[in-house]
Design a protein around this ligand. Structure first.
Ligand code: IMP
Length: 182
């Protein structure tokens, strides 16, 4: 029996390592420190955007050293394809009352920027005291709209990426590192 769970049996030949597990955790520590400084004693509500951000959010909050609340929204813009359709549907609305609160939206990846634009407009209507966005990954070359992202883990090339919460046809979210597909 294999002792190390290196997940190699889950990684097809078309997958190439982009960001290792260690690099991700190092970056989360930095982001956590920044977020702690900026939100100290404000008890922010972190809103994870499902499904992709569930692992990032779960790991990130453990590097944040001030009280936080957590909520989730589920939106869909891609269906099962790899290009944004631009038609965003809310599949699970917000539960928390964000009126007058500090809010940090937690995205896995910002690609065209259409989801962030949509989320900002929707959440601003609830009158939060402040509204910021953090994303683990950002594809600068793919922007269709100008969006402000307050915290970015990694700027990446325009490649389809999987792992660490990001899916390939709903699979591979459980990979601990991030891979690009070629
Ligand atoms: P945007 O609206 O085009 O910025 O797309 C954001 C959403 O598209 C993300 O939250 C992901 O769910 C999905 N997405 C974009 N690029 C990728 C990718 O390379 N891999 C997996 N999902 C992606």
């Amino acid at each position: 029996m294999k002792k190390n769970n290196d997940q190699s049996n889950l990684i097809p030949e078309s997958y190439h390592l982009m960001i290792s597990e260690e690099q991700i955790q190092k970056k989360l520590r930095e982001l956590g420190e920044q977020i702690t400084r900026d939100f100290k004693d404000k008890c922010p509500i972190l809103i994870g955007i499902l499904n992709g951000s569930f692992i990032f959010l779960a790991d990130l909050i453990r590097y944040i050293d001030t009280d936080v609340e957590v909520d989730f929204i589920r939106i869909s813009s891609y269906g099962d394809g790899r290009e944004s359709s631009g038609h965003i549907k809310i599949l699970k609305p917000l539960s928390a009352d964000i009126n007058g609160r500090s809010v940090l939206v937690v995205e896995d990846i910002v690609d065209s920027g259409l989801s962030v634009k949509f989320l900002r407009k929707m959440l601003e209507a609830f009158n939060p005291a402040e509204l910021k966005f953090v994303t683990l990954l950002n594809k600068p070359s793919k922007k269709q709209v100008n969006v402000q992202i307050d915290y970015i883990g990694f700027d990446i090339e325009d490649k389809y990426v999987v792992g660490y919460g990001l899916d390939d046809g709903q699979l591979k979210r459980n990979l601990r590192s991030i891979y690009y597909i070629e």
